[in-house]
Design a protein. Structure first.
Ligand code: MN
Ligand code: MN
Length: 471
């Protein structure tokens, strides 16, 4: 079965040009002009852009949290992603069982039957011991070439510096990149206890008890550990403070293979949003910072310091006491109201996987902060390269999977919860006018989103066995 996407303007990580795309079955077979495959289905993209399908390298689907579970599972979250132009996500497997490999397998059983787009898995490494350390080298055979560690969440997921160092050293030898959530766990625990003891229960205290400098020093500290581990490849997730980007640049200029990610919420919101009556909607960790940080992070994106924009998608209902309708059926789960009397009990996380590309296009490209090619680097190509799925994903090249979005740069949408397809009851961009929106989205040659119509299916996604990090 052949398809030709005709008359579109292609946007890749390096150029913008008029070309047609010939698709055979699941792959792009040629990019050029005047294909004369007479039996091919013709899809007219006149006046439209054609982008690679988005790659969101940081999502949490069906993630259990105290007293609840995140409201998008592997089906609803990947469907929402597709509507926003994203055709690949990388989810995180909890390290719930003593064995790292058993933990991966359990997560995989939950994900694979449900995903509607292609996906990979980062493996959390949160139980450090002799046995789990020995399991790290087994991961690449299972298609997992990244581990995730934490310098916060004391007593739950945090590892000590020496433990992170040892894991990085093993990971480096296997071509596995280490991802780190960098905040200062000791400071956070102390400040949260003090705030609650003083009677501070409102959402804004979630931000006030997670110091920005704790994020900066933790990121720099793990860069130091990575140097000490022989320049182990390192990826700092969800950078949220301007000075984190300064530290990243310093480490990179000194020869460390280090990469940085931020998320739209850290570019567009600040602690002020947490002061609103509905501030719990913005509670995620790390927290919203300052407007100075927003600007600093935009600059770091434009300057090539930060490499990736992903979402840390992990939504909850704002009001979990009431059901919502999803695909015509009621859905209900405890949500942000769990923290109405105690900010530390607000489930941490927010919706974003479907918002990412249209929001970043409007706020980044239309407002002149980043170019269209930089947009493609940040949302498609860089994450695919860093995480071992390029050029299968993140590119419009012969041999790439035919994952693409036909993008209407002139479509104006009054965005919000009714347009976004996340399974939750709110959207952070409610009422925001977006210009530029995906019109059709293809996954491996199949049309899965056509305007407002969902043509994808549960279980239609493939697990991506990712290549090792080669530097
Ligand atoms: Mn995190
Ligand atoms: Mn996360």
């Amino acid at each position: 079965m052949e398809k030709i996407i005709k008359n579109g303007k292609l946007v890749t990580d390096s150029e913008i040009f008029d070309a047609d795309i010939l698709i055979r079955d699941e792959k792009i077979v040629a990019v050029g002009k005047e294909f004369n495959e007479s039996n091919a289905e013709i899809i007219d993209a006149s006046g439209k852009l054609v982008l690679p399908g988005g790659v969101d390298a940081h999502v949490h689907l069906d993630l259990p949290m105290p007293g609840t579970v995140s409201s998008d599972d592997h089906y609803t979250g990947t469907k929402a992603a597709a509507f926003g132009g994203t055709t690949t996500v990388i989810d995180f497997a909890n390290h719930d069982l003593p064995s790292l490999i058993d933990s991966f397998n359990v997560w995989q059983e939950k994900a694979l039957p449900n995903v509607a787009i292609d996906y990979g898995i980062h493996q959390n490494f949160t139980r450090f011991n002799e046995n789990t350390l020995k399991e790290i080298p087994l991961l690449p055979k299972m298609g997992v070439t990244s581990i995730k560690m934490f310098t916060a969440y004391n007593g739950r997921m945090r590892l000590q510096d020496g433990e992170i160092f040892q894991a990085m050293r093993v990971a480096k030898d296997e071509g596995i990149i280490s991802l780190v959530h960098a905040e200062n766990g000791d400071l956070i625990d102390l400040l949260v206890a003090e705030a609650l003891a003083a009677g501070h229960t409102a959402p804004v205290w979630q931000a006030r008890t997670r110091p920005a400098w704790g994020a900066v020093e933790s990121g720099f500290r793990v860069a130091a550990l990575s140097f000490s581990a022989g320049k182990a490849p390192l990826y700092i997730v969800h950078m949220n403070v301007k000075e984190e980007a300064d530290m990243l640049l310093y480490a990179r200029e000194n020869g460390l293979p280090i990469f940085g990610e931020t998320c739209p919420q850290y570019l567009l919101f600040s602690e002020k949003n947490l002061e609103q009556p509905d501030g719990a909607k913005w509670v995620c960790s790390p927290p919203m910072r300052s407007e100075k940080d927003n600007e600093g992070l935009w600059e770091a994106l434009a300057d090539g310091i930060i490499d990736v924009v992903s979402t840390d998608h992990c939504p909850f209902l704002f009001d979990g006491t009431k059901p919502i309708l999803y695909e015509g059926k009621p859905y209900q789960q405890p949500g942000k109201e769990l923290g109405k009397d105690d900010f530390s009990k607000i489930p941490c996380g927010l919706p974003g996987v479907g918002d990412r590309m249209p929001v970043l296009w409007t706020k980044g490209v239309n407002e002149g902060r980043i170019s269209p090619t930089r947009f493609v680097q940040l949302t498609c190509t860089n994450p695919a390269k860093i995480f071992g799925i390029y050029p299968q994903k993140g590119a419009l090249l012969p041999g790439s999977d035919a994952d693409l979005a036909i993008w209407d740069p002139n479509k104006i949408v009054s965005y919000g919860v009714k347009i976004a397809k996340h399974r939750t009851d709110y959207n952070l961009y409610e009422g925001t006018e977006l210009k530029g929106f995906p019109e059709k989205v293809f996954l491996r040659g199949s049309l899965i989103v056509d305007g407002d119509n969902w043509l994808g299916k549960r279980g239609g996604g493939h697990f991506l066995k990712r290549s090792r990090f080669l530097g």
